[in-house]
Design a protein around this ligand. Sequence first.
Ligand code: FAQ
Length: 332
Amino acid sequence: MLKVGNTVNFTPLICAIMTTEEREIEFQAKIDNGQKIEPKEWMPENYRKQLIRMISQHAHSEIVGMLPEGNWISRAPSLRRKAVLLAKVQDEAGHGLYLYSAAETLGIDRQTLTDQLLTGKAKYSSIFNYPTLSWADIGAIGWLVDGAAIVNQTMLARGSYGPYSRAMVRICKEESFHNRQGYEIMYELANGTEAQKQMAQDALNRWWGPSIQMLGPSDAASINSSETMKWNIKVESNDVVRQRFIDRTVPQAIAAGLTIPDPDLKYNDETEHWEIGPVDWNEFYRVIKGHGPCNKKRLSDRQRAEKEGEWVREAAIAYAEKQNKKMNSIAA
Ligand code: FAQ
């Protein structure tokens, strides 16, 4: 019981005598009222676990996602393109850091999360297991992958967990810039020489299917959605987000003079949505089980980076300790 001014606050006492069931009801009421949940508040154990799973997968995706693009920094076709790509890849590293920090507010430390990635225990997005074969692939990643990520993340920005939803606001602003740079690359190639146009179309042909898949399995197959949606971790389902991405992207392809590689694609005048043909879910599950074209390479690259970066971490810790000692001796 706390005394605040002349009033007595009974909240801690009330919380102490509430049953778990009562707490869950109170928690759900907060969620249903659109209130944000903050780190120190009581939360059901599965809410915490779902968030750690999703936020850490997201963080890992940002970090692994740097690899296919990093592959083109030294081969970008102009200084301007190189500077922009370098800035984009650095942004992705920053996103990874915000997200690891958001996950840490849930009581797990960054090294544990990193270990889960490096041992293959934690997932990262399926989309980053594909190779970047030409410069147009960098355009396709910005346009399609960042495009899909933005649509998903503007939805996640309305989610219930404060630190994650706030991280999404900033990340989405940066992803919008990434998306435009990608579309600009594709648009210019699509309107360049015949060879450039073919390069852009080839990239679209290879990245379209995986981009549709990256927004998660169909609602019927989505095992986590009932919990993640009950708690407003996700405020819309995988299929709803996917449809928004499709509706937004098809007109952009048409404007650039590119063809979406789907013979069944058609516009439905009644629903005002673009309808696509069957999604290759076998491919999706193959990739998330570790059998995509680049899964092994992505993991081994991250393992090598962890090892090679060891001395940097040790040096940073030694420096921080030295600074602490210095500050303590000044204060004494
Ligand atoms: N890849 O039950 P659901 C980016 C797994 S960031 C791998 O529907 P949920 C930025 C899922 O984990 C891209 N695994 O799951 C960038 C679950 O397995 P589990 C990453 C996937 O969570 C751009 C199982 O399938 N964004 O691109 C994938 O309710 C360019 C069943 O699925 C995020 O992570 C997948 N694509 O919905 C960086 C956003 N999809 O864990 C560099 C946060 C599903 O039970 C360059 N995450 N699985 O073993 C989310 O919004 C959700 O987790 C979904 C999946 C929508 C991805």
